[in-house]
Design a protein. Structure first.
Length: 83
């Protein structure tokens, strides 16, 4: 089982090959549990309004590359704001 740190490295190196469950694991770690997860999307609450949003969806077991990039941008913003 890959650690959050390992998954983040993978996300930065190749956003096209990230498993949806791994992306969920990272999002749960940084943004707590999804506020919506009953539909096809999982939506996470962020401390800001607007972009980058954290809204991900399963695409045959894989995460969508543009959503992986949005999650990375949100994590970066979260780390900058929290020091």
């Amino acid at each position: 089982m890959a650690s959050i740190k390992d998954i983040l490295i993978q996300m930065r190196n190749n956003p096209k090959s990230i498993r949806f469950n791994d992306l969920c694991k990272v999002c749960d770690s940084y943004f707590s549990e999804a506020r919506q997860s009953g539909s096809t999307h999982r939506v996470y609450k962020t401390p800001w309004q607007g972009d980058p949003r954290v809204n991900i969806q399963n695409s045959k077991g894989k995460a969508k590359p543009y959503q992986v990039k949005q999650v990375l941008a949100a994590i970066e913003r979260l780390e900058v704001e929290n020091g």
